[in-house]
Design a protein around this ligand. Structure first.
Ligand code: C5P
Length: 220
């Protein structure tokens, strides 16, 4: 482990999308690349933290120097996070699927010769961030969530911070025109108890370094 201000601190980072099966060969997913979560885990490890990196099936490889827990579904991600507790901080950068397929099939769904179409039913996934933020005993001292919004970013993210019970929300505008989702840059607004601060657009690595620095200061 690197030497640095986070030496001796244990931090959980979730990252990437989740995959929610329809049947053994098909799934529902989202466009998260895992780039921001991966950069953050790397930056935290670089400051000396012991990082447990809980990742869904991401496009980018996990960083070196962290403990990697690979999961597919939201429920597996929750279980991996619970196994990784206790921690000094937890940062939820994953794009967790809000819903899973309630009537997933154990065998491959066959095309019906008569033209009948399958009907998917959905069930709500557990909200991992909200659960950890609202746990009593053993809650990490700092719980950070992300909010991908397409409009009214500050208002929605501020409301989300209250609803989820986390300490900070890192909000970003993922409207297709911004090119942020799946891109290399991010423009974030950090929402804390003190209010909102908007950062200039910068590389996801720079966002990660700046956040990691602030996390180190908050835990000091
Ligand atoms: O509610 P929304 O999905 O916009 O909230 C985003 C934040 O909540 C992210 O930090 C994400 O990682 C976390 N989240 C979660 N579990 C869910 C849904 C979102 O941890 N089921």
């Amino acid at each position: 482990l690197a030497d640095g201000p986070l030496k001796g601190r244990r931090i959980i980072v979730t990252s990437g999308p989740t995959h929610e099966p329809i049947d053994p060969v098909r799934y529902i997913a989202n466009r998260s690349s895992g780039a921001q979560g991966t950069a953050l885990a790397r930056a935290l490890a670089g400051l000396g933290a012991e990082v447990v990196f809980v990742t869904g099936p991401a496009d980018v490889p996990p960083p070196a120097g962290v403990t990697v827990e690979r999961v597919e579904t939201a429920r597996q991600m929750l279980a991996a996070v619970e196994d990784a507790l206790p921690a000094d901080a937890a940062v939820f950068a994953a794009a967790v699927a809000d819903w899973r397929v309630a009537n997933a099939s154990a065998s491959k769904v066959k095309k019906d010769g008569g033209g009948r179409l399958p009907a998917l039913e959905f069930a709500e996934n557990p909200d991992i961030l909200a659960r950890v933020a609202q746990m009593g005993d053993g809650r990490p001292a700092l719980v950070v969530g992300f909010a991908a919004e397409t409009d009214d970013v500050i208002a929605h993210a501020t409301a989300k911070r209250g609803r989820k019970g986390c300490d900070w929300i890192v909000a970003n505008d993922v409207s297709p025109a911004t090119g942020i989702m799946g891109g290399t840059e991010n423009a974030v607004t950090l929402i804390t108890a003190e209010g909102a601060q908007s950062w200039p657009r910068m590389a996801k690595e720079q966002v990660a370094n700046r956040l990691a620095q602030m996390i180190a200061e908050a835990l000091a």
